[in-house]
Ligand binder design. Sequence first.
Ligand code: TV7
Ligand code: CA
Ligand code: ZN
Length: 393
Amino acid sequence: QFGIVRPKGYNVSFHTNPEMEKHHFGQTHPMKPWRLTLAKSLIMSYGMPFAMDNYIARAATFEELNNYHTHDYLDYLGTVLPEPVPRDVDSANPDLKFNLGGSDCPLFEGLYDYCSMSAGGSLDAARKVCNREADIAISWGGGLHHAKKTEASGFCYINDIVLAILQLLRCYPRVLYIDIDVHHGDGVEEAFFSTDRVMTCSFHKYDPCNFFPGTGALEDNGPKNELNAGAHHAINVPLNDGITDEQYAWLFDSVIGKIVETFRPSAIALQCGADSLAGDRLGRFNLQVQGHGQCVAYCKKLGLPMILFGGGGYTPRNVARAWSWETAIAVQCEDKLDRTIPAHTPWREHFRQEELLPTLEQIVGDPRPNKNPQKRVQEIVQHVHEQLRFVQH
Ligand code: TV7
Ligand code: CA
Ligand code: ZN
């Protein structure tokens, strides 16, 4: 791919660890670390590494993880033994220590290494952005937004995003966290609940009783006590099944545009969970690669230092499509890409679909009916704008 060149005066750093991709959550578990291998092979076959600084992420140290997580929790995470057969259902409601060992957060071989490598990639990305060595740093192996200070949750054990934002706060006064994973970014919201130096904004499917994690209502905007600095600094965009590219783009631009105007962030942390795509095994939305990538393109245009994190994404070939497209947006080669998947792509058989030539943007999966009336979408934007009237930086 000779068309791919380095964007002038613009640096993108790319952080991956091939060791991380070898871990398994268990046969039927939806989280498949090898989706990172698939994504990277597609990114490589397009020649994008020529346009970036590529780094093998190191494992984060215990001390680095301890900047957020407790000593107790990390000790246990580092010493607990894997279960011979990971479970599929939480039979007999076992008493879980730190929520580890259930079906969502199983104990598997090399768990601690997997977690420290994911966090290491995101910390490396944050340091590159801090040192101004990168304008955009990419950590597709990170984005594990549900992990709590002393608890695993929803396939996440270590919150690499919180660790990376803590690093950014050493060099930037204000950080905007944006989360386009189909699930609520509860762990990151909780970590920065009481500060006005981080604003969190999650777009997600919201159905408190039937969709994980059940938090992130429109009215949840941080501490209710006005004296708490974090008041009005959590923004939630709760959505219903089947939202389309057009609605999502309008929402994203209206909400993020207003946040940038009032909060005036100095850096952006964008979680790009790909389970918000149509056809996702766990997701409910109807986004296409275009619509998902539009969020990255919008943020890039703001011209602020930025980290892109991975996150959810349970139909591996679609995850690879989205993150390849978004890597292309970061290095500004999206207009030069041949939209058909290159013939020499390793694992290309994964992208094959009946008869058609597989393409980058044509994702697999049937559309879902849109259950988001335009009136509701407008109400959401209005509520967010009202909240932001309280914010002035
Ligand atoms: C960031 N949904 C993480 C998203 C985390 C979602 C959940 C599953 C699931 C787990 C499995 C499995 C599954 C088909 C789907 C209340 C429960 C219901 C487990 C069966 N199949 C991210 C977490 C969410 C595990 N959890 O945001 C092993 O779905 O809804 C729940 C909790 C209890 C546990 N059961 C589900 O995308 C990375 N889990 C098959 C095998
Ligand atoms: Ca989200
Ligand atoms: Zn998710």
